[in-house]
Design a protein around this ligand. Structure first.
Ligand SMILES: [Zn+2]
Ligand SMILES: [Zn+2]
Length: 326
């Protein structure tokens, strides 16, 4: 099938673990459907709304917010962002898929701070989102449980595009002239040609294209995503430390090393991997080099270490492209 222009666009809004640094904010990732402006936000660390403004994303076209887990570096920006969407006169309902503690927190904060949102929140407990859930005509989502100090989840982001294709070869063979006749068939209308009825269903075919990416929350066991990753074209996963640092820090924080994620990606034969959520100690040049070297050692696919405002596109044949900033 020929590659079309349908893609998912990813914009990293925050790539630091735990605390923001001068060059990186805490977790936030925007995933946009290239066909329209619909987008999904995964995690909303503090000040994510500033990043959203800088990335020129509109809170009006935000379809859903997914929160991977209830740690502050993944959710402290949520209430401010919801309030701003209200001030910007949003009226469309907004879906929030998150641990149930997040709903309580929003409700208590709204009550204590005189916050009245002018749009409804459609709250979905993340433990009930483990089946595929449709968000728009084209975007769906599915949550997968992970292993962390508090319940944590990854999200499959699935884009589904259907297209009606006209069998132009058959029409040319029959001598049906281009123009209105072709247009009518394409639109599902039967036509008369040489005293015959040509049925639209005989000359059109529905083609579907699927794009699937998984965005992980904090997790020390990438292998939990084995089943979810079976047909995935891109995995975005935390890599808080190198293996040497993780060994020093110990298993308490329940994070992954670059080695652990790289080995998993290699075993699964994943073609694209983006690592994020780096400890501040790995954010300078040497720290990033150490992570990259470790990944290269254990994984032969295509990989990137994300920086704030990095943008990528993923198409339906699984090609991941970094969009160079102009
Ligand atoms: Zn975190
Ligand atoms: Zn965490």
């Amino acid at each position: 099938m020929k590659n079309s222009n349908n893609m998912l666009h990813f914009t990293f809004l925050g790539t630091s673990s735990g605390v923001p640094t001068l060059t990186r904010n805490v977790s936030g990732l925007a995933i946009r459907n290239s066909k329209n402006k619909d987008w999904i936000l995964v995690d909303a660390g503090e000040a994510t709304q500033h990043r959203i403004q800088q990335a020129k994303l509109s809170l009006q076209s935000l379809v859903a917010i997914c929160i991977s887990h209830a740690h502050g570096d993944h959710c402290y920006g949520l209430v401010g962002l919801l309030a701003s969407a209200g001030m910007n006169a949003r009226t469309a309902p907004l879906t929030i898929i998150a641990p149930k503690e997040i709903q309580q927190w929003i409700e208590v904060t709204a009550q204590l701070t005189d916050l009245h949102l002018p749009y409804p929140l459609n709250f979905i407990d993340v433990t009930e989102a483990t089946q595929i859930l449709s968000l728009t005509d084209e975007l769906s989502i599915q949550a997968h449980p992970l292993s962390h100090r508090v319940p944590s989840f990854a999200f499959s982001i699935i884009a589904h595009y259907t297209q009606k294709k006209l069998d132009t070869q058959a029409l040319v063979q029959l001598g049906v002239p281009k123009g209105k006749a072709w247009g009518d068939l394409q639109h599902g209308q039967d036509i008369q040609f040489n005293q015959q009825t040509l049925k639209a269903t005989d000359f059109t075919q529905i083609q579907t294209q699927r794009i699937h990416a998984i965005v992980g929350g904090d997790n020390d066991r990438p292998e939990l995503l084995e089943k979810a990753c079976q047909d995935v074209q891109l995995l975005i996963h935390e890599s808080t430390y190198t293996q040497a640092v993780l060994d020093k820090v110990g298993s308490g924080p329940m994070h992954s090393s670059a080695k652990r994620v790289a080995e998993f990606a290699q075993q699964q034969g994943l073609s694209n991997l983006i690592l994020t959520h780096f400890s501040p100690r790995h954010q300078d040049y040497a720290g990033q080099q150490a992570i990259a070297e470790e990944v290269r050692k254990f994984y032969q696919g295509n990989f990137y270490l994300a920086h704030d405002f990095d943008q990528f596109s993923l198409d339906d044949i699984g090609q991941l492209t970094k969009i160079e900033k102009s």
